[in-house]
Design a protein around this ligand. Structure first.
Ligand SMILES: O=C(CO)[C@@H](O)[C@H](O)[C@H](O)COP(=O)(O)O
Ligand SMILES: [Fe+2]
Length: 189
């Protein structure tokens, strides 16, 4: 039997960086079609800001193993909508996941394939359990980077397709200085 080596790493709790991790950068241009206000999107695209970065330590896609990653989701809005991650189902849809809030403020929008949505607020110390079959997207509702850790099965995979196409049934927006969930006018089941 060949055993893998255990690993301990220190997440930089200020920046979210995991030493030795693979870094992924998502700019606004990578999120074309995701925000409802297309005019506001085109306007901000001139700056094309980084919306989020992911630092991932991933294993081979095998049953039983675990990946983990931090996400640094920057503050900002497109129109009334707060910056968010793309959001996905897992390719192996029955794979669950755990998120843990490290820094900043935000929340997770979750949704079943039928479009039933849930919103869970997150702050440092919040643990979110993402059950099997739920799509999940994080949203930065604050004014500093929102940083969190995710731990997920190594064979979970990412299925971006249906969220990229239809979005979530709810939008997370700012209304009179408050965070509100409103119906997505573009949502179609
Ligand atoms: O849920 C997971 C892994 O299953 C997170 O590590 C996200 O991948 C990350 O927060 C970026 O979000 P997406 O762009 O992948 O939706
Ligand atoms: Fe996930």
């Amino acid at each position: 039997m060949e055993y893998k080596n255990p690993l301990g790493v220190d997440i930089d709790l200020e920046t979210g960086v995991i030493p030795g991790a693979k870094k992924l950068v998502r700019r606004l241009s990578d999120l074309k079609g995701y925000f409802v206000d297309e005019k506001a999107y085109e306007e901000l695209l001139k700056e094309n800001p980084v919306v989020y970065e992911v630092y991932a330590i991933e294993q081979e896609e095998k049953d039983g193993d675990l990946n983990f990653a931090t996400t640094v989701l920057y503050p900002g809005k497109v129109g009334r909508e707060f910056f968010f991650t793309k959001g996905h189902y897992h390719s192996k849809a029955d794979r669950a996941e755990i998120y843990y809030g490290i820094k900043g403020r935000g929340g997770m929008l979750l949704q079943t394939p039928e479009g039933k949505a849930e919103w869970i607020e997150m702050k440092p110390g919040t643990v979110v359990y993402v059950p099997p079959y739920w799509a999940h997207r994080t949203v930065n509702t604050g004014d500093e980077p929102f940083i969190f850790l995710a731990v997920y099965p190594a064979d979970a995979g990412h299925d971006y397709g249906s969220i990229a196409e239809k979005g979530f049934s709810k939008l997370v927006v700012e209304e009179n200085g408050e965070v509100k969930l409103v119906d997505n006018p573009k949502w179609k089941e």
